[in-house]
Design a protein around this ligand. Structure first.
Ligand code: ATP
Ligand code: MG
Length: 393
């Protein structure tokens, strides 16, 4: 069967009252931009609490499904046959043809589930269920009816048009991006932060990102890798503005002036401070990191407390309770893993202490930071003034 339309199912969550329209409109807009990534012309339309994607010219089915599977808010993608309103005699023939073309083998159980929204339609939904079942059993003797647990549920919706579908491919779930503000993602070249960005954006949050670059300690390839990761996350999150902050001078100042075992934690605190400044300037409501308790010295609960102490914004750490393998599994699913494991150093691996503190005390760290007093304001100002900004999608 060659389908020319998809019926989009979305969760009821967030769709109550006035919000429902906002939610649906944003979802439609996001579907439109997702479909722009692929060949073909698509019309996205809303009809009675349903969203349809009509394919207006030749398109690749798998490519279209894949594009839709990147749009948060979608829970199901149903390839649907759209017919003009017609009488039962013609409709029953279409139904037979639909099953014939959709399934090579007819050795399955089915049930027909009719919804009659068009109250003018001369048959009631129960009659369509019964008659439709009879017509199909007649046409395909291998078919069996099972009203409790059918292998195939054949949906017939009688509206202005008539819709027939029997397959629901999974969507990514979540809420449409743009329904829940914006977060500033600290995006490194590792495995965790792209996953963190994906997970927060899944709840409807737009993303902006910041990467702390440290040339010449880090290579142009390391930076390119972050740009590539941002692009991969943007396939789900929509366009991402990436701030590339030159962090070398701050890092060197920390490295030369502060106790060796504290450099990582102090660096992390400056990253958070800059990220928060960028978040304030760019209308973000939260910071997002890929931290996970205990993964490395800078992510013990003690280190997290000390890092967090510089932030007044909420910091979302969706990987916090995950084991590495669980994070890897998500990164493989969202296809960031292959890029994340490319071997280019990020700035934290260059300036790493042999024995970093694992139980830093806030007052000690604050005291060590006074060693930066003479230079840090200028260096922060410079870092913010020289940021590179690019938008990927
Ligand atoms: P990831 O796999 O995300 O790189 P990681 O295991 O390497 O994480 P850390 O290097 O301790 O962990 O970094 C913790 C978090 O801090 C990262 O998940 C990321 O959000 C942020 N981060 C670290 N380095 C950078 C950087 N150079 N630029 C932007 N954010 C960074
Ligand atoms: Mg990292």
């Amino acid at each position: 069967m060659e389908f020319k339309s998809f019926l989009i199912k979305y969760a009821e969550i967030g769709t109550k009252g006035k919000n429902r329209y906002v939610f649906e409109d944003i979802l439609c807009k996001n579907i439109r931009s997702a479909m722009k990534r692929i060949d073909g012309r698509f019309l996205v339309r809303k009809e009675y609490g349903r969203i349809f994607v009509d394919c207006m010219e030749e398109y690749d089915f798998d490519e279209a499904v894949e594009a839709l599977q990147h749009v948060f808010g979608i829970v199901g993608i149903c390839p649907v046959l759209v017919l003009p309103n017609m009488e039962w005699e013609s409709l029953s023939k279409e139904l037979v043809q639909f099953i014939d073309e959709s399934y090579d083998s007819k050795a399955f159980t089915f049930k027909i589930n009719c919804r009659r929204i068009n109250k003018e339609y001369p048959m009631h939904s129960m009659d369509v269920n019964i008659e439709g079942g009879a017509v199909l059993l007649d046409a395909f003797p291998e078919l069996r009816v099972d009203v409790h647990k059918p292998d195939v549920m054949v949906h017939i919706e009688l509206r202005d048009n008539i819709y027939i579908y029997s397959v629901k491919l999974p969507g990514p779930g979540g809420l449409p991006v743009g329904t829940n503000g914006k977060g500033m993602l600290l995006l490194s070249g590792g495995i965790d932060s792209p996953v963190a960005g994906y997970l927060v954006s899944k709840r409807g949050v737009n993303l902006e990102a910041v990467y702390f670059d440290a040339p010449p300690h880090t290579s142009p390839q390391a930076k390119q890798k972050v740009v590539d990761l941002a692009k991969l996350v943007a396939k789900y999150a929509g366009a991402i503005t990436l701030h590339i902050v030159h962090f070398t001078d701050i890092q060197e100042a920390i490295y030369h002036r502060c106790p060796e075992d504290e450099i990582t934690i102090i660096m992390r605190r400056y990253m958070m401070r800059i990220a928060q400044l960028l978040a304030e300037r760019n209308d973000c409501q939260a910071l997002i990191t890929g931290e996970s308790i205990g993964q490395v010295a800078s992510q013990t609960i003690y280190s997290l407390q000390v890092t967090n102490a510089v932030c007044t914004y909420p910091v979302f750490r969706p990987c916090i309770g995950m084991d590495k393998q669980e994070i890897v599994d998500i990164s493989e699913k969202i296809k960031t893993y292959e890029t994340s494991i490319l071997p280019y150093e990020d700035c934290c691996t260059t300036f790493v202490a042999k024995h970093p503190v694992t139980k830093p005390k806030l007052e000690d760290i604050v005291k060590s930071e006074t060693l930066l007093e003479e230079v840090i304001d200028d260096l922060m100002k410079q870092a913010l003034e020289t940021e590179e900004i690019l938008t990927v999608w």
